[in-house]
Design a protein around this ligand. Structure first.
Ligand SMILES: Cc1ncc(COP(=O)(O)O)c(C=O)c1O
Length: 443
């Protein structure tokens, strides 16, 4: 019995059945590659579902963990440590928001955002403003698995087994401005969006829809809350995906690094609240809720909290991740390699009718196929060629690679996809076989 077999047998007895794992036992990683216990190398185009932005074994992360773990790992939020304000400063500077609360995961950050919105609406009501408690979320949205997050997540499969869900959530048809207008009223306390839907299939909001959501929310004092848990922290080539959208008529060209001169001069569609997690601390769990000064005035000591959130280790690593992204020019790199990747996928779509759409931004990309069976099969075939991708929304091949991906890795993936799709179309595989950088060799 191999070690993998032993672990599989033990897990099947001991763990709750929440995942259908692929039968691979990973033991280490380096750069954009993972290695299994046999030493086989895999090209990782999923990065732990959008987490390992700097890849594996990045010296900035390793050194920070070593140093910080020797100094202090946890103290509780009853005391000060050096990291939270320093990280909050970096994040507020880069997002255009004013204040931060640190949690541990994406769903927890989102819960914090929902709680802030309800509390803020209560404050506004006490100030005489007519505003209700309803959330408008979007069809195909995904915000997490805890109760509030699940209740604002669209797909029935995530909600129905656990009903009744949190009341007061209505779903708007994705990118349907008329539906948004029809469902918006003084009852709404917040409009909830992902600038680019992740689990929903890498679907960007249209400029028109996003701008209308901002305008409607501002018209009543409701909040616009943007979930950047998957798209944020540089994956799309900007710190937040909402920074790709502009306010009609507003001056643009404002630097992401010259913050706080917000509002009219901001240039991009500024949310009242945003949430970050996944890559924030390079693989150490950390989530953040960021909000405006105006929204922050509702929060008082004791209203919200967490034992672990924003601990010294996670904050130190997050600071190191942000600094490394800037030092290594990874925003520009994600844009450049992402554009190349997208262009290669489009070329591939020109050769394979099975690819019905290619979309995304930077290194948050998708190729939608014409059937769920084919998408599943392609993921499995890529795995056989030791390339990790996954399938979301049944038919969508999703690519969320580390930001350090290079063109040669893109070429490897494209060549493999070409071979697989050619085989599946029933034609002999004329395309070049996957080149050696595809991870066939041992590492
Ligand atoms: C957009 C978005 N929001 C929230 C979450 C939940 O994050 P977590 O799994 O860290 O709770 C995810 C996770 O995939 C996500 O993609």
């Amino acid at each position: 019995m191999t070690k993998l077999d032993q672990i599989r047998a033990a897990e099947s007895r001991l763990l709750l059945t929440t995942y259908e794992r692929n039968p691979i036992l990973f033991v280490k990683g380096k750069g954009v590659h993972l290695f299994d216990e046999q030493g086989e190398r895999y090209l990782d185009l999923l990065s732990g579902i959008g987490v390992n932005a700097l890849g594996y074994g990045h010296p900035a992360i390793e050194e920070t963990i070593a140093i910080q773990s020797r100094a202090l790992i946890h103290i509780s939020n009853l005391y000060y440590h050096e990291g939270q304000a320093e990280l909050a400063l970096r994040l507020t500077e880069r997002t255009g928001l004013d204040r931060a609360f640190f949690a541990n995961t994406g769903t927890e950050a989102w819960e914090g955002a929902l709680k802030l919105a309800r509390a803020y609406a209560g404050l506004k009501r006490s100030e005489g403003v007519q505003i209700g408690t309803k959330f408008l979320a979007l069809e195909q949205s995904f915000h997490g698995r805890t109760f509030g997050s699940m209740s604002t997540t669209y797909k029935a499969k995530y909600r129905d087994p656990f009903g009744p869900v949190v009341p007061g959530v209505e779903f708007v048809r994705f990118n349907d401005v008329n539906d948004l207008r029809a469902k918006f009223s003084h009852e709404v306390c917040a409009i909830l969006v992902e600038a680019i839907q992740g689990e929903g299939g890498i679907r960007p909001l249209t400029q028109e829809f996003f701008a209308e959501a901002r305008a409607l929310a501002s018209s009543t004092g409701a909040l616009l809350i943007v979930d950047e848990i998957q798209a944020g922290m540089g994956r799309t080539g900007k710190w937040c995906a909402y920074q790709h959208y502009s306010i009609p008529g507003a001056p643009t060209g404002r630097s992401e690094r010259s913050p706080r001169a917000l509002d009219a001069s901001v240039g991009w569609i500024q949310p009242d609240i945003t949430t970050l997690a996944k890559p924030l601390a390079g693989g150490i769990p950390l989530g953040a809720v960021l909000c405006t000064e105006e929204v922050a005035r509702v929060m008082h000591a004791g209203m919200h909290g967490t034992t672990f959130g924003g601990g010294p280790l996670a904050c130190a690593v997050a600071i190191a991740v942000i600094d490394a992204i800037e030092k290594d020019g990874l925003l520009a790199h994600a844009t450049e390699v992402g554009d190349y990747f997208q262009q290669q996928l489009r070329t591939l779509a020109g050769r394979h009718e099975a690819i019905v759409d290619v979309r995304g931004k930077g290194l948050m990309l998708a190729a939608e196929l014409d059937s769920a069976e084919l998408a599943k099969l392609v993921v499995a075939e890529m795995l056989k060629r030791r390339i990790l991708i996954n399938c979301t929304s049944d038919t969508v091949l999703r690519f969320l690679p580390p930001f350090i991906l290079e063109r040669e890795h893109v070429d490897t993936a494209i060549a493999a996809l070409d071979v697989i799709l050619t085989e599946q179309a029933g034609h002999p595989a004329q395309a070049a076989a996957a080149p050696s950088t595809g991870g066939h060799e041992r590492g």
